[in-house]
Design a protein around this ligand. Structure first.
Ligand SMILES: [Zn+2]
Length: 225
C-alpha cells in the first residue's frame, strides 16, 4: 500500500507531498492529526480498507486540524482532542491556540478546518490505542499532547520538535519556529521531558522519523534557559 508506510508495529505514516511536510499517522486504529483542510482526500485514500475507530490530534493548529471535521464526517468516527484545546476547537476559530501574526492568519484562512466537536478529551496518561498514552507537552500550543509507548520507546511527538528544517526541509532536530510557538520556554521544558524518555523512535508533525536518542539528549541539553 503505497499511501502508507509502516514505521513500527501499529504505527503507520500517511504519505504526503512534499514528503514528511505535514505528517498524519495511523496509531493502532486512531488517525493522529489531519494536516490542512486540503489533505482529506489523501488521508482517506491511505486508510481505505483499514480499521479506523477514532481521530485524534496532537494540537489544534491549522496544519493539524484542517481535515479533522472532514475525516470524522467521512469515516463516522469520534473526534478526540487534547483537554486543553477541545473547547477552542468547538468554536471553529483556533486563534487562541497560537500566535497571531500575518503568517498564522494566512494559515487560518487557507488551511484551518471548521469546528469539530470532541467527544473525548485526552489528558496525561489517557490511553490512545496500541499501547500509546497521552503525555502533556505544552508550549507550542497550550494543550499540546504527545503520545508515548513505553514498550518499544516510541514517541509520536507532534510539534514539540520538528524533524526537519522549517524552511529548507533538510532532516534534523529543530525547535518549532518561534512565530508559531505560543510559549517558547514552556515548549523547551516539554523538549527536555521527551528527551529524558530516550525514545528509540520519534515521529513528528513535520519531518522524517528520528531514531537517535543520544542526539536528542544533546539537543535538549544545549537549549537555552
Ligand atoms: Zn504543525
Amino acid at each position: 500500500m503505497a499511501d502508507m508506510r509502516q514505521l513500527a508495529p501499529d504505527l503507520h505514516a500517511v504519505a504526503g507531498r512534499p514528503r514528511d511536510a505535514f505528517n498524519v499517522h495511523l496509531v493502532g486504529s486512531v488517525i493522529v492529526d489531519a494536516a490542512t483542510r486540503h489533505a482529506a482526500g489523501r488521508i482517506l485514500r491511505a486508510v481505505s480498507g483499514r480499521t479506523v475507530t477514532a481521530h485524534a490530534v496532537t494540537h489544534g493548529h491549522s496544519d493539524h486540524q484542517g481535515s479533522s471535521a472532514a475525516l470524522v464526517a467521512a469515516l463516522g468516527v469520534p473526534f478526540w482532542a487534547p483537554a486543553g484545546e477541545a473547547p477552542v476547537l468547538r468554536t471553529g476559530d483556533n486563534t487562541p491556540l497560537g500566535r497571531d501574526n500575518v503568517i498564522t492568519r494566512w494559515q487560518r484562512r487557507h488551511w484551518a478546518g471548521p469546528a469539530v466537536d470532541a467527544t473525548r478529551e485526552l489528558a496525561e496518561g489517557d490511553e490512545l490505542d496500541a499501547g500509546f498514552v497521552a503525555l502533556e507537552t505544552p508550549g507550542h500550543s497550550p494543550g499540546h499532547l504527545s503520545y508515548w509507548r513505553e514498550d518499544d520507546r516510541t514517541l509520536v511527538a507532534g510539534d514539540v520538535l520538528f524533524g526537519r528544517h522549517p524552511i529548507t526541509g533538510r532532516p534534523g532536530l529543530h525547535e518549532p519556529p518561534e512565530r508559531f510557538t505560543l510559549d517558547i520556554a514552556r515548549n523547551r521544558e516539554s523538549i527536555r521531558r521527551v528527551a529524558a524518555l530516550r525514545p528509540a523512535l520519534m515521529v513528528f508533525g513535520h519531518g522524517p522519523a528520528w531514531r537517535d536518542a543520544d542526539a536528542l539528549a544533546r539537543f535538549a541539553e544545549a537549549l537555552p534557559g
